[in-house]
Design a protein around this ligand. Sequence first.
Ligand SMILES: Cc1ncc(COP(=O)(O)O)c(C=O)c1O
Length: 461
Amino acid sequence: MHTSLAQDSSRLPDLLKKTLDASLDYLDSINNRPPATAFARNDPLDLPDDGLGTEQTLDLFVQRYGQTMPASNGPRFWGFVTGGTTPAALVGDWLTSVYDLNLTSVAHSTAPNIELEAICLLRELFGLPASFAGTFVTGATMANFAGLALGREWIARQFGKSIAQDGLHAVPPISVLSGEAHSSIFKVLALLGLGRNSLRAVATLPGHREAVDVEALRQALERLNDRPCIVVANAGTVNTGDFDDLQALASLKSRYQFWLHVDAAFGGFAACSPNYRRLLDGIDAADSLTIDAHKWLNVPYDSAMIFTRHRDLQVAVFQNSAAYLGAIAEPPDFLHLSPENSRRLRALPAWFSLMAYGRAGYREIVERNCALARVLGDRIQASATFRLLAPVRLNVVCFTLAGETDSDRVRDFLARVRDDGRVFLTPTTFQGEAGIRAAFSNWRTRVEDIEIAWRAMNDNR
Ligand SMILES: Cc1ncc(COP(=O)(O)O)c(C=O)c1O
């Protein structure tokens, strides 16, 4: 064995203790660290011939990167839709690496029970019926990929074909209809060979809305003349947290042939609170459903779930048969259900966090985050410096600078705010206007953080 490897292996408790100290140093500073920093490229290191050993490598890492690592899992990173890591999730994630299990099948451990159990817990959290099977994937983009891959195969079946077996040329071009689809849907369409242009944008409701106009959708379906298609419903749009009327979409299913995929990457967590749950009424009609875990579940990257009522299609699309892997059993192993073959025990951080904080814990996080979004929204509404672009519906505040605004002015403001180091916000365009988003999905964020951020926003306006 290589000397450094042998030495490290005999000193593992010391090394883990040192790592714990470095972790606690970071976590103790999380409230005061800048949530984001400007990128500056390093000169890359040379690969050492002999290796430094872990202790020196940790020292090197801390010296080279430790000070500049941002607190993007801290309370004031409000860019994109970014969760943090609950203490329980951190413990689960640590153990995931300790066990380093390849969770492909039931052939060599009982660990698949952890994923199956986590999925049951999540179904309860989201109020989904047992008919929804769930599988962990790396993020909402991959969950959208899996959901639309199933939709594509379902369409092929309507023609008595299989795209999984015979390829896309087996069926006529496939249309995908959506109101305000997330950008990841376009990426997924590119990956699936349907093409970004297969998405037909359907009108959204008038006013400051991003929810699909159901009558416009009905007309678009009518124009397809009974040709089956995919409808992507949006439950929580990234700009304003708006929701399609899922119940109305569900009722269209009795008249038109379509696969209903619901992208509820963060909006799915509306189910955690009786104040917001009704936004998801009708979700049971989804054929496939995306929910992210690394957003509002507050588990570390990368983690999300694809749920579906059509497990047979999942096997048709994702099966990976080989003599050395064994036959497809019932229930099928995970490698027959997800895009990945080898996959980590990604469910463990979720399992820990769900068991540690339960229904009430997640209700409190969701309600506090939404309340804080409203506090910020109210301040913006009353201010002469900023202007709300849409009402605050859930956990996202979409606003802009008062006065003449363009994307350059917004970009410069956001760079000043980032460099100030108290809060991090990201840009957008909403209904043609250059805007700013603040998304609340971190368990650490409190009302004091709104005070700190508000001062930073006003000092840098
Ligand atoms: C509605 C929605 N769908 C999909 C995604 C993509 O998520 P991920 O980055 O986890 O792939 C996001 C990310 O913000 C989102 O908000």
